[in-house]
Design a protein around this ligand. Structure first.
Ligand SMILES: Nc1ncnc2c1ncn2[C@@H]1O[C@H](COP(=O)(O)OP(=O)(O)OP(=O)(O)O)[C@@H](O)[C@H]1O
Length: 311
């Protein structure tokens, strides 16, 4: 069986190149994206550029359970790419393979066309990849600002605890980190809750704080694991607007898995559909919506979709 590999090598070289972090946060943040209403279709993404992320023949099993079988996926720079599918289809497994949490049994994950073995989370951040989690992974007893600042902990010399307590190696570092965090808070309309302990915020706002923490490092690739899970329909529209705004503002490539197919259809440039660990469709929202295999896979599971939006 060929060794699985994870491909990030060139990414590492390029992550230190000025163009990635030199994009800079917005000096004058744009107004917050629309908080409700239908999301306009995503802007066009070139299909001819070299993919930022590409999965080749990924296979993953847990004992006798095949979670992923022969999955190919290509993600273009600047694209919002969704992965959907019924329960147990393999979505979480796939995002865990992309983010290096799982090592696939076979296949390759390539970033910028280069392959590496499984990458620890800390190193992923250095390579320009950030993610959010299905179940929030925030420091509930810390402020919103400190949580967002923690998204930059990997790139400063002083450690995170030192920064929070103000005893880090460099006060300048601390100022810069907080300045960046403040800019992202403003961008995501979170400034009003800057000093609140995260655990005291409503769930929808906590999800947005997690997005802020992932975004603060301006990742090239942002992986969102069910970013709208547990939200009301208004909160979902708002979150979708923020994801779109983040892509547009920072040119971040987004890969997301999400149960609410209605939201995904309005937000994504392209959608891959998994069923029983296999990719059964891949295309634009319209192509996917009209694909008979997708319709069949979702028959009988429409109640999973809170809004009953169907496909
Ligand atoms: N850690 C694990 N151990 C054993 N089996 C697992 C594990 N993780 C996933 N599986 C199995 O792999 C298959 C794919 O699961 P996965 O969680 O990736 O699907 P999913 O599409 O994310 O599902 P859901 O929408 O319910 O979260 C399922 O059959 C699941 O039971």
């Amino acid at each position: 069986m060929p060794l699985a590999s994870y491909s990030l090598g060139m990414m590492e070289a390029s992550v230190y190149a000025p163009e990635i972090f030199a994009r800079g946060l917005p000096s004058a943040p744009q107004p917050a994206p629309p908080s409700a209403g239908r999301i306009e279709p995503a802007g066009s993404v070139s299909g001819t550029a070299a993919p930022l992320l590409s999965l080749q023949a990924i296979g993953l099993s847990f004992g006798g359970v095949v979670a992923l079988a022969d999955i190919d996926l290509s993600v273009q720079p600047g694209e919002i790419r969704a992965i959907i599918g019924p329960n147990g289809a393999g979505k979480s497994s796939l995002i865990n393979v992309i983010s290096g949490v799982y090592r696939p049994d076979r296949g390759h994950v390539l970033l910028d066309g280069v392959s590496h073995a499984q990458v620890p989370t800390q190193r992923l951040a250095r390579l320009g990849v950030a993610r959010t989690f299905q179940n929030l992974a925030l420091f509930k007893g810390l402020s919103v600002l400190d949580n967002v600042a923690s998204g930059l902990a990997y790139k400063v010399r002083s450690n995170f605890a030192g920064q929070v307590l103000g005893i880090g190696r460099s006060r300048g570092e601390q100022r810069e980190t907080r300045g960046r965090a403040d800019q992202i808070l403003e961008f995501l309309d979170l400034t009003a809750v800057r000093e609140r302990l995260v655990g005291t915020l409503p769930y929808g706002l906590q999800k947005r704080v997690e997005l802020a923490r992932a975004l603060v490092a301006q990742p090239r690739l942002l992986l969102l694991d069910e970013p709208m899970a547990g939200m009301t329909s208004g909160e979902k529209s708002e979150m979708a607007g923020f994801v779109r705004a983040a892509r547009d503002r920072f040119a971040t490539t987004v890969v997301l898995i999400e149960h609410d197919v209605g939201v995904v259809m309005g937000l994504s440039d392209r959608i891959a559909v998994l069923d029983y660990g296999r990719k059964i469709a891949d295309g634009t929202p319209d192509e996917v919506r009209n694909d008979q295999r997708v319709i069949d896979a979702y028959l009988g599971v429409a109640s999973d979709n809170e809004d009953g939006a169907g496909i």
